[in-house]
Design a protein. Structure first.
Length: 223
């Protein structure tokens, strides 16, 4: 089966057709991971790049992500059976005092489209909640979102909270939102600022991939 058709239908947000095509591919014996990567994730990569370039907008992103999630839900038991694990774990939230979630939700969808496991803390998230979740869930990345200039300062508190908890060296802190800039990121000591959801997902995937490669190398040396 030509998996590019799944990619195309995902980009178009045709959820029912995506589910039917995913089932067809499974029936034909195509490995679940191949369907996920060459079909669903490939489609989200393309729509993400279009969004980044101003060629697609929030509604298109949302329907594409919904279609991808429907297809992924069908694949999940097959992926578990095959022993496929998420490539990394991220905790995500809109910082304390800020109730905006549209941008955060798009980031979540894009992160998941890269094969990352996302723990969504929602909105109005205090610094301690980011730290607690990262520590207990073994998250490699903390992603903070803010839309208000009055709440962006909480991101500094998140950075300081990770230092106080002794986990600063174990987590990468990514920040984003309308008022955020790379200069602000540097000022507060966060690790990465990205201007859009697609860029955020790309950077997060690279971080987790690099760590996976390092862990594999260290395990190889031990053995």
């Amino acid at each position: 089966m030509d998996l590019s058709l799944i990619s195309e239908k995902t980009q178009a947000g045709r959820a029912k057709e995506v589910v039917a095509l995913v089932q067809q591919a499974l029936d034909e014996g195509v490995p679940a991971q191949q369907i996920l990567e060459a079909g669903l994730m490939a489609g989200m990569d393309i729509i993400g790049m279009k969004f980044k370039n101003g060629e697609a907008f929030i509604p298109e992103m949302l329907v594409a992500a919904r279609a991808m999630n429907k297809g992924a839900a069908l694949l999940k038991p097959h992926l578990v059976q095959a022993g496929v694990k998420a490539s990394g774990k991220v905790c995500l939230g809109t910082v304390q005092g800020d109730l905006h979630d549209v941008g955060k939700n798009i980031v979540k969808m894009m992160l998941e489209s890269k094969g990352l496991e996302v723990i969504d803390l929602g909105t109005d998230v205090p610094p301690e909640a980011f730290v607690k979740t990262a520590r207990e869930q073994g998250c490699r990345i903390i992603c903070c979102s803010a839309l208000l200039t009055t709440t962006m300062g909480v991101m500094r508190d998140v950075v300081e909270a990770t230092k106080a908890a002794g986990i600063r060296e174990q987590v990468a802190i990514m920040i984003g939102g309308a008022p955020i800039t790379s200069a602000f990121c540097e000022e507060i000591g966060a690790d990465y600022y990205t201007p859009d959801a697609a860029s955020c997902a790309e950077v997060a995937a690279r971080i987790c991939m690099a760590e996976s490669s390092l862990n594999a190398l260290q395990n190889q040396e031990k053995s």
